[in-house]
Write a protein that binds this ligand. Sequence first.
Ligand SMILES: C[S@@+](CC[C@H](N)C(=O)[O-])C[C@H]1O[C@@H](n2cnc3c(N)ncnc32)[C@H](O)[C@@H]1O
Length: 221
Amino acid sequence: MDDRRWSAVDAYLTSALVKPDGALEAATIANAAAGLPPIDVSAPQGKLLYLLARIAGARRALEIGTLGGYSTICIARALPADGRMVTLEANRKHADVARVNIARAGLGDMVEVRAGAALDSLPKIEAEGLGPFDFVFIDADKGNNANYLAWALRLSRPGTVIVVDNVVRSGAIVEPANADRDAFGVRRMFDMMGREPRLTATAIQTVGAKGWDGFALAVVE
Ligand SMILES: C[S@@+](CC[C@H](N)C(=O)[O-])C[C@H]1O[C@@H](n2cnc3c(N)ncnc32)[C@H](O)[C@@H]1O
């Protein structure tokens, strides 16, 4: 199996199961036009996030790492009409592009894009009483994954679903000599996730158009 076949299978699964989506396609085009890196989730992965949030019956969602709002749109669509989502993005340009994409998807009233480093925004979110969140998606700077997991727990309730993206990194997480700060950050997050008695967790590897990677999934007890 090589990357080209992974991409071909992704294309097939997308055509079989993921309906063409004007808002997501427009977001992808707008992100590229604005020079954002193509590091958002793939179409089948976005549908997975939608399904997980929907299965969880989420009303309030938190995302750490917005980019252009592709995953934000997928998650927000799983919320009820009176649901609420906050998504955190350090890069102002990314946040501006995301706001336009989210508004075009008809989700501007439901979703707040908060610009600034997530570790600065999270204490404010707690102080404002915006939690507890029913669904948390962590997909920002991987070196801070353990800090984000700690915040996700702090802003959770029993039953909250936590999803962390990019937890395999082409296998880099099992190379102990790997100086990659991101892989190190993912391992710290896994150490915490495995030890934390309030979390029941697993992780799955994925291949596809975005290469070899994976998601960690946890539920708060
Ligand atoms: C992988 S991208 C997010 C992709 C997005 N979740 C999607 O699938 O459409 C990671 C994003 O996290 C942002 N980011 C990096 N460090 C951050 C931080 N400290 N706080 C908040 N966002 C950060 C980056 O600017 C980037 O836009």
